[in-house]
Write a protein that binds this ligand. Structure first.
Ligand code: PLP
Length: 358
């Protein structure tokens, strides 16, 4: 069997959720959109079911998959509904929905729900992506309040640069949000992962941690005590010696500058390992630091085993996890941990959960 696999540590997931909740105070929606950032939304939600105050997903389809798996906790649709026909399922499954633009208010006003909706009204406090302008928030709130179809309105906003502690824009966004909502009642939710960890002023009634749940710290320098949830690993499937000057792999990107012992690893960009990873990207072989050499191909990649003479066929290769930080791989590859984690596919997923006695 091809040895490429993603080990998912559900104990680490629970540890990270508890850390987020205690750092923030109040309640926390565990963000499990995009298949829990590539970790498996159903398994992750089930692992958190006993303690999470609720979950957040991008869209109705993601929420229905959780309900079908028996998740009964509140589930928030972060983009709300895309068309009025989705409101029936929102009502039937008791889902919560973000309202971020006027068309969604019209859909709610025209619906005939048998029980009122729970809405999170989104304020554009400066990211300029989704949400009502500060000057339009009170009117939007009023329309939702008087239409008789909404029972509860939480006020929310989202930060553009909360992972940059030295940048003032998060403080500006908080101030704009507070000013826009000063005269409105209801719970508040501001903090994504970076704000949970780095912006106490953003701590209100509800946190919305995503990436931190999976153990990839959005501000790695701060050493916040997160535990990596995913270990992406495989094995050495062949070994070869390169003489000085010989090329390796597609495009001959790498040439041996010394006699080089190359390990061929069963992992490629079709598994989600980034093709953009340059020579020198860290890997770990049998627990020892090593480096990627040569261009990543669809099903395979190559690592330098010259300084690891004991490494051989079957040696374990970690691409990221406890030994190799996914943040560092992402940085080398010119992207972020979010994208690497979301992209993992084809590999076997194996779940570890010490709380599960089945
Ligand atoms: C994805 C998302 C989050 C979680 O963000 P992280 O940076 O992963 O913590 C929170 N809020 C909203 C609105 C989101 O879309």
């Amino acid at each position: 069997m091809r040895p490429a696999r993603a080990l998912i540590d559900l104990d680490a997931l629970r540890h990270n959720y508890r850390l987020a909740r205690s750092r923030h105070g109040g309640r926390a929606l565990a963000v499990v959109k995009a298949n829990a950032y590539g970790h498996g939304a159903v398994r992750c939600a089930q692992a958190l079911a006993d303690e999470a105050d609720g979950f957040a997903v991008a869209c109705l389809e993601e929420a229905l998959a959780l309900r079908a798996a028996g998740i009964g906790a509140p589930i928030l649709l972060l983009e709300g509904v895309f068309e009025a026909s989705e409101l029936a399922a929102v009502e039937r499954h008791g889902l919560w929905m973000v309202v971020h633009h006027a068309a969604q208010i019209r859909m709610i006003e025209q619906a005939q729900p048998s029980r009122p909706y729970t809405v999170w009204l989104k304020v554009n406090s400066g990211m300029n992506r989704a949400g009502f302008a500060p000057a339009a928030v009170a009117a939007a709130w009023q329309r939702l309040h008087v239409c008789g179809k909404v029972a509860d309105i939480t006020l929310m906003t989202h930060f553009a640069r909360a992972d940059e502690p030295q940048v003032l824009s998060t403080a500006t966004q908080i101030a704009r949000f507070d000013a826009a909502t000063a005269n409105l009642p209801g719970a508040r939710s501001l903090a994504n992962s970076a704000a949970v960890l780095g912006w106490p002023d953003a701590h209100r009634d509800w946190a919305r941690p995503g990436i931190l749940l999976y153990g990839a710290d959005p501000m790695p320098a701060a050493n916040n005590g997160l535990r990596p949830v995913m270990t992406l690993e495989s094995q050495v499937m062949a070994v070869r010696e390169l003489a000085v000057g010989e090329p390796l792999g597609y495009g001959a990107r790498f040439h041996a500058e010394r006699p080089t012992r190359v390990g061929l690893v069963a992992m490629g960009y079709a598994d989600g390992y980034p093709r953009s990873a340059p020579d020198g990207t860290p890997v770990s072989v049998d627990g020892q630091p090593a480096r990627l050499i040569g261009r990543v191909s669809m099903d395979m990649l190559t690592v330098d085993l010259t300084d690891l003479p004991q490494a051989d066929l079957g040696s374990r290769v970690e691409l990221w996890g406890r030994e190799v930080s996914v943040n560092e791989v992402a940085q080398r590859a010119g992207t972020i941990a979010y994208e690497l984690l979301c992209n993992v596919k084809r590999v076997r997923f194996e779940y570890r959960d010490s709380a599960q006695h089945a």
